[in-house]
Design a protein around this ligand. Structure first.
Ligand SMILES: [Zn+2]
Length: 261
């Protein structure tokens, strides 16, 4: 495929929360482009860093996009307006202009794959007013990756890293797994992992949703959620908390949430 990819806003534009949209959307954009190119696709970076205004930024992005004959235009943004205090991510959504072109299936795959990283899936939304969707010639989609002002969203992003986040989007676009060495992947941050035991055992989750936390207490941030009532291997304990063998984090293994098996 031939694909245009751009990050939204000027370098100092965009939303600001726990992270800055215009900083992180560029990191994610770079990874999307890297993995699409590694997979043999032709990609044009249509990002505009320093237009005079937000409107000028949009006009120049569209001019860059329409200078190439492509199969798809991809716009990468981060969302804002969550500002909630709950324990769940607000999540990801993808805007498309035409539900009857290729973007519908691609956007659905993007939502599902980002959901698998630990985000709430807000789904695919048809929008005929967004400028880049309206003015670009090729089929276009706009990804609102996650909310910069929801701490849960940003925690998942920090754990995932921009490189893996971008790879996830690239794989959704091309609809296959991209096998290549993941460079500069951020290491998993697991804080406060002082243990009081070192026994391995298995538990079955008995509640519909069990939070995975960065460390062994509710004071640690949420980095994921188990929703399959599945069996999990614990490789370390701290009080009633157990560290998942997968490295994803810690869960409360007390009998209210889990059964030893
Ligand atoms: Zn934006």
């Amino acid at each position: 495929m031939v694909i245009n990819v751009h990050a939204g806003h000027n370098v100092n534009g965009g939303a600001v929360g726990y992270v800055s949209e215009s900083v992180e959307d560029r990191h994610i954009k770079d990874a999307v482009i890297k993995y699409l190119r590694q997979n043999g696709h032709t990609v044009y970076d249509c990002t505009v860093d320093n237009a005079g205004s937000q409107n000028a930024n949009l006009t120049q992005i569209v001019a860059k996009c329409n200078a190439h004959h492509v199969d798809l235009d991809v716009s990468i943004h981060l969302n804002a307006g969550a500002a909630d205090k709950d324990e769940h991510t607000t999540g990801t959504e993808v805007y498309i202009y035409n539900p009857f072109d290729v973007t519908n299936a691609i956007a659905n795959r993007i939502c599902k794959k980002i959901e698998a990283l630990g985000y709430c899936n807000r789904g695919v939304k048809v929008n005929r007013s967004l400028y880049v969707l309206r003015k670009t010639k090729a089929p276009a989609l706009l990804i609102e990756c996650f909310f910069v002002d929801d701490e849960n969203d940003v925690d998942v992003y920090k754990r995932t890293g921009a490189d893996t986040f971008g790879k996830t989007i690239a794989e959704a676009i091309v609809n296959k797994t991209i096998t290549s060495q993941t460079t500069n992947k951020k290491p998993l941050e697991v804080a406060n992992t002082k243990s009081d035991g070192n026994n391995t055992f298995m538990v079955k989750v008995i509640v519909d949703a069990l939070n995975i936390r960065r460390g062994p207490s509710i004071n640690n941030s949420i980095v994921g959620c188990i929703t399959d009532k599945g069996a999990y291997t614990i490789v370390d304990t701290n009080g009633s908390w157990g560290r998942l063998k997968s490295g994803a984090g810690w869960i409360n293994t007390s009998s209210a949430y889990c059964k030893r098996i």
